[in-house]
Design a binder for this molecule. Sequence first.
Ligand code: VGL
Ligand code: ZN
Length: 202
Amino acid sequence: MKPPTNALLIIDIQNDFCPGGALAVAGGDAIVPGVNALMQDFPTVVLTQDWHPADHSSFASQHPGAQPFSTTRMPYGTQVLWPDHCVQNSNGAAFHPGLRTQDAHLVLRKGFRRGLDSYSAFFENDRKTATGLAGYLRERGATELTLAGLATDFCVAWSALDAVRLGFAVTLRADLCRAIDLDGSLAAALEQLRAAGVDLQG
Ligand code: VGL
Ligand code: ZN
């Protein structure tokens, strides 16, 4: 077991991000056994759950004529338009059935405001609306965070970059992440993570 200053943040290991899901990430399910094993080493374990209303503004279906994976301007900046995914209470929003959710201490939902997406576990995409996770981790005494999950180049990267900005020491288990890789987004994310001082392992 790692000392109490360590916390594990597991991002969005949900059916819709696994093969067969609405926004499937290649090999998304392959990380589940390794993530389960990793949970046993951490005194604080947090799972995040992408959790959208059926009419969420990040869905291409809500923008007449828009194709999935195109982009649009939102009041808070550029937003990728996704296929409908992780709709609240749907099977797609459920955690992968092999994930040992019973070993997690907190489940943090994000992306539940219709007009505002949330890739990061710390701040929604306006970069201002806090989820409360930083306060939780600080009250638990965590100063060092390890991240794993889906997808490397969106929710994992945005969470890791926010964690650095908030003053946490951040390790990313690249071997326990998988990427969407939209137009070079994986390479760009890895470059940003390195530049920010994230310890990329695996
Ligand atoms: C994610 C796109 C849309 C992710 C969530 O978990 O990386 N990506 N919603
Ligand atoms: Zn989403």
